[in-house]
Design a protein around this ligand. Structure first.
Ligand code: SER
Length: 303
């Protein structure tokens, strides 16, 4: 998501005002439209240097290990996801920064209602990623109420975009499926055909981040993270939508360990509070998203 967000921020504020960072120096190649710093989010000294030297006032802290990859090494996932957030929050407290930090639908668990999942149901996350996001939400709320840190957050569903390949999430199939369709290959889906999950098209995800950062602070009554919704669909529904363009495209379903994670997540999300407090409204449904993906993907070099 970082590259697409940085691009929109450059359009809004100009390239001299935006610095993208990544632990991998090669990321700079795809971020040539703004400034770039190589940065490990766990390196608090360098993080502070970059912020102070460049008079940074707002930080979008997106770096994290996602749900499926996170299960391979839970302690490492916890350390990276939590310590990086604590570093950012502490620097925000010191310099009065405004922070965006994404949470996720992974904060919910088997005990949460699966349809129209409300803002604050019982939440016992099943993945270490979900545990880190839920704890992170509480840290954000704590820094906001105890120190007045202006930190803002939304619970993203699965994000779908054409500019980058997904990185280790449970919802990645909804991006992979487009690549297979375009390459004329069979798609083996790792979830069952009826596994409905909340999803969002990347332009809506970027819009959510920028619009929650623009809202006057007194409108934000939730300082953990807002539920936001885009669309919900099953593997079978997205497949049928793609087949309207690629009639010969074929699919089979072989659930793996990610099925268990998906089973613990909501099917649909109630985002009433985001609508009320900062006028959240997504632009893309399943049909519009599929058409836009199929229009752009063939022209896009994937990094
Ligand atoms: N897309 C993410 C994942 O699957 C959800 O936050 O891990």
């Amino acid at each position: 998501m970082g590259g697409e967000l940085a691009l929109e921020l450059v359009k809004k504020y100009g390239s001299e005002s935006i610095i993208a960072t990544d632990i991998n120096p090669r990321a700079q190649q795809s971020l040539d439209f703004c400034q770039f710093e190589e940065l490990d989010v766990l390196d608090i000294t360098k993080l502070e240097d970059v912020i102070v030297e460049n008079n940074i006032t707002q930080v979008y802290h997106l770096a994290a290990i996602l749900s499926a990859n996170g299960e391979a090494d839970p302690i490492r996932t916890w350390n990276i996801n939590m310590q990086s957030l604590l570093n950012v929050l502490d620097i925000a407290k010191k310099y009065g920064l405004r922070i965006f930090w994404p949470s996720s639908i992974a904060v919910f668990g088997l005990g949460s209602p699966q349809y129209a999942t409300p803002q604050n149901p019982p939440m016992v996350p099943e993945t270490i990623y979900g545990i880190s996001k839920q704890s992170g939400e509480n840290w954000c709320n704590y820094y906001a109420s105890r120190y007045g840190v202006d930190v803002r957050s939304v619970r993203y569903p699965g994000l779908i975009g054409y500019k980058t390949l997904p990185g280790g999430g449970t919802t990645d199939y909804a991006v992979d499926i487009f690549h297979k369709a375009l390459q004329g290959e069979h798609f083996k889906c790792y979830l069952t055909e009826e596994t409905e999950l909340p999803m969002m098209y990347m332009p809506d995800a970027v819009k959510a981040a920028i619009s929650i950062m623009d809202v006057p602070q007194d409108k934000l009554r939730i300082r953990t993270a807002y539920n936001i919704s885009g669309m919900s669909f099953t593997p079978s529904e997205i497949y049928q939508e793609i087949r309207k363009t690629y009639a010969d495209f074929s699919i089979s379903f072989t659930p793996d360990h990610r099925q268990q994670i998906a089973n613990s997540w909501p099917r649909t999300i109630d985002d009433t509070r985001a609508k009320m407090d900062w006028n959240w409204k997504p632009s893309f449904n399943l049909e519009a998203m599929v058409l836009d993906m199929l229009a752009h993907l063939p022209k896009t070099a994937i990094h």
